[in-house]
Design a binder for this molecule. Structure first.
Ligand code: PLP
Ligand code: COI
Length: 365
């Protein structure tokens, strides 16, 4: 199930875009995921026909039949990546080829047709080009791109749908956590797990997030910013956070992170952190880390920093860890120096302020 190696996008500019003055006002403090650009990409798929009707058009509500398969069985996948204003005034995306590959893997897991990498990348370039004035210029800001696809077939039988809609929307964003780059607190949920072996943990499908909302609500009730999931089998090992991967900095400066065994999302930021750390001469161990190891390591100093990473969160220090058994802080609960150094290296590459030895930066403009 593939197709659409290259698509011909029909461009239909929004006849009534937001005025420049309104847009500038919206860009002052956009928050995360609240403000949207003037356009969207839509591409349709039908079994036997492949991907067709690729368009860039005015962002608008889409009509959806009440019997569309996605509304009943949640056959939906998405991606998240950012475009940045570069130091030289140009615009670039960060590792969009990795998002294309993960989108294809998610599609495969959810029995959906794959969009070619070429078509995926082109859809992103098209929306960036037409909505380039929506990219925030400030240092924390970027244009968050949200490609997604869902089963649009009107049918209530339980089987992979025969029709799909792929879309891209774009949202100018600031920091994901309202406190900016301050350390966050996390809640180790005793009640919920995110993904079991053989499940959909490694796919970026909407269902994973729906299933995590109760756990996230529990985190908020306990005064925390994010939830930490333990593995579903032993309820012992740290998997990841609700929307981020997790790293630990050990006393010797080396890193530790849970392995990709199919139950966590293979984060692109996670992969970038591993490569940056190794380039800086740090060893990165990918192995199970139990919550007891984290607690005891924080107490003894063996684990001296912890951080969350993801496209939305970038790299965010974890200060306090709470669970029904009690709370502990990682070191003094502040932002660790290794965490902040890796963050700076990553952000400097993303924004064109540092060399790009890994070829991660894809110029668009
Ligand atoms: N884990 C989950 C559950 C996520 O939603 C995300 C965000 O995309 C990540 C990890 C980090 O992935 P990435 O670095 O590719 O954004
Ligand atoms: C992302 O980082 O792109 C995500 O999808 C995470 C989500 C919590 C916004």
């Amino acid at each position: 199930m593939s197709g659409g190696d290259n698509l011909d996008f029909e461009i239909r500019p929004n006849p009534a875009p937001v005025t420049a003055a309104e847009r500038d006002a919206l860009l002052v403090n956009p928050g995360f995921g609240r403000v949207f650009t003037d356009h969207m990409v839509t591409v349709r798929y039908a079994d036997g026909k492949g991907w067709y009707d690729a368009r860039v058009e005015a962002r608008a509500p889409i009509s959806i039949d009440p019997a569309s398969a996605v509304l009943h069985y949640a056959q939906e996948i998405f991606e998240g990546l950012k475009a940045y204003k570069m130091a030289d005034g140009g615009v670039a995306m960060f590792r969009p080829d990795a998002n294309a590959a993960r989108f294809a893997q998610s599609a495969q897991r959810m029995a959906m047709p794959q969009l070619s990498q070429a078509a995926f990348l082109q859809s992103l370039r098209e929306i960036i080009r037409i909505d380039q004035d929506w990219i925030p210029q400030n240092d924390e800001g970027s244009l968050y791109l949200r490609p997604f696809a869902y089963a649009s077939e009107v049918f209530l039988g339980v089987r992979p749908a025969l029709e799909y809609l792929y879309l891209v929307i774009a949202s100018p964003v600031g920091a994901y956590f309202s406190g900016g780059v301050k350390p966050v607190s996390v809640w180790v949920t005793p009640d919920f797990t995110r993904a079991a072996p053989g499940g959909t943990g490694a796919a970026k499908c909407g269902g994973n997030y729906a299933a995590g909302l109760s756990a996230q609500a529990e985190a908020i009730e306990n005064g925390c910013d994010q939830v930490v999931y333990l593995d579903a089998v032993e309820r012992k090992y740290v998997d990841e956070l609700g929307g981020m991967n997790v790293f630990f900095v050990q006393a010797d400066g080396n890193l530790l992170t849970p392995p990709l065994t199919g139950t966590i999302l293979p984060g692109i930021t996670r992969d970038s952190v591993i490569k940056l750390a190794e380039r800086a001469g740090r060893r990165v161990e990918e192995r199970p880390v139990s919550i007891d190891e984290w607690r005891e390591g924080a107490a003894s100093g063996q684990i001296r920093e912890a951080f969350a990473c993801g496209t939305a969160a970038v790299i965010t220090p974890i200060g306090t860890v709470k669970s029904p058994e009690g709370s502990f802080t990682v070191a003094d609960g502040g932002s660790g120096s290794v965490t902040m150094a890796i963050r700076k290296e990553l952000v400097d590459i993303q924004r064109g302020r540092a060399a790009d030895p890994f070829g991660w930066v894809h110029r668009v403009l």
